[in-house]
Design a protein around this ligand. Structure first.
Ligand SMILES: O=C(CO)[C@H](O)[C@H](O)COP(=O)(O)O
Length: 224
């Protein structure tokens, strides 16, 4: 498996001083910025759009920005996020009328592409599109809010998707999002994840580096 990536979710960052907070978490050792986009339609919450992504780039953020679209419809906003500096764009298949077309649109916009599965979304959406995926994101909470508890059935789903990825031979990251903490990250990695989104576990602590170091120490026990 490839090196583990830690992607703090800025849903739990301080929006009043977002650039500084993103810089701080990257300086603390985070690999990727996870950027949660909610539309108060597909999910019952409202967050940030392409202008904020562009603002982070203008502020000097050079790390990959991983845009998780919790919006419906999906396609119209994709070129805007690509132009605003998104590196990866993921979306929920049930929010797109034409999943293959949406994946192509993301690729043609110059970004990496991925599908997101809610806890109860079936995996059959992966049929016929594995060759177009850079990321598969399994939600381990129902989307819309940070600070929820990890849903244990995600472990089985992770193992299933890890096998699908390995059997496919494609180079696809397996990301998990929701309730990821120091005390469960090793078990999540052992089930097959290699990219970890964590919001409240990092941003709600005063010392981001201490949390990220603890997560890496836990992950090291899985890599060994
Ligand atoms: O996509 C999300 C919610 O829809 C968040 O990224 C996720 O819940 C992370 O928050 P936390 O680590 O606090 O659970």
């Amino acid at each position: 498996m490839r090196p583990f990536l830690i992607a703090p979710s800025i849903l739990s960052a301080d929006f009043a001083r977002l650039g500084e907070d993103v810089d701080a978490v990257l300086n603390a050792g985070a690999d990727v910025v996870h950027f949660d986009v909610m539309d108060n339609h597909y999910v019952p919450n409202l967050t940030i759009g392409p202008m904020v992504c562009q603002a982070l780039r203008n502020y000097g953020v050079t790390a990959d920005i991983d845009v998780h679209l919790m919006v419906k419809p999906v396609d119209r906003i994709i070129p805007d996020f690509a132009a605003a500096g998104a590196s990866i764009i993921t979306f929920h298949p049930e929010a797109s009328e034409h999943v293959d077309r949406t994946l192509q649109l993301i690729k043609e916009s110059g970004c990496k592409a991925g599908l997101v599965f809610n806890p109860a979304t079936p995996l059959h959406y992966l049929d016929h599109v594995m060759d177009k995926l850079d990321v598969i994101l399994l939600m381990s909470v129902n989307p819309g809010f940070g600070g929820q508890s990890f849903i244990p059935s995600t472990f089985d789903k992770l193992r299933q998707v890890r096998k699908l990825i390995d059997d496919s031979g494609y180079d696809i990251r397996l990301q998990v999002d929701g309730g990821v903490k120091v005390d469960n990250i090793a078990e999540i990695a052992a089930a097959g994840a290699d990219m970890f989104v964590a919001g409240s576990a990092i941003f709600n602590k005063p010392d981001y580096k201490a949390v990220i170091d603890e997560m890496r120490a836990e992950l090291a026990s899985v890599e060994a």
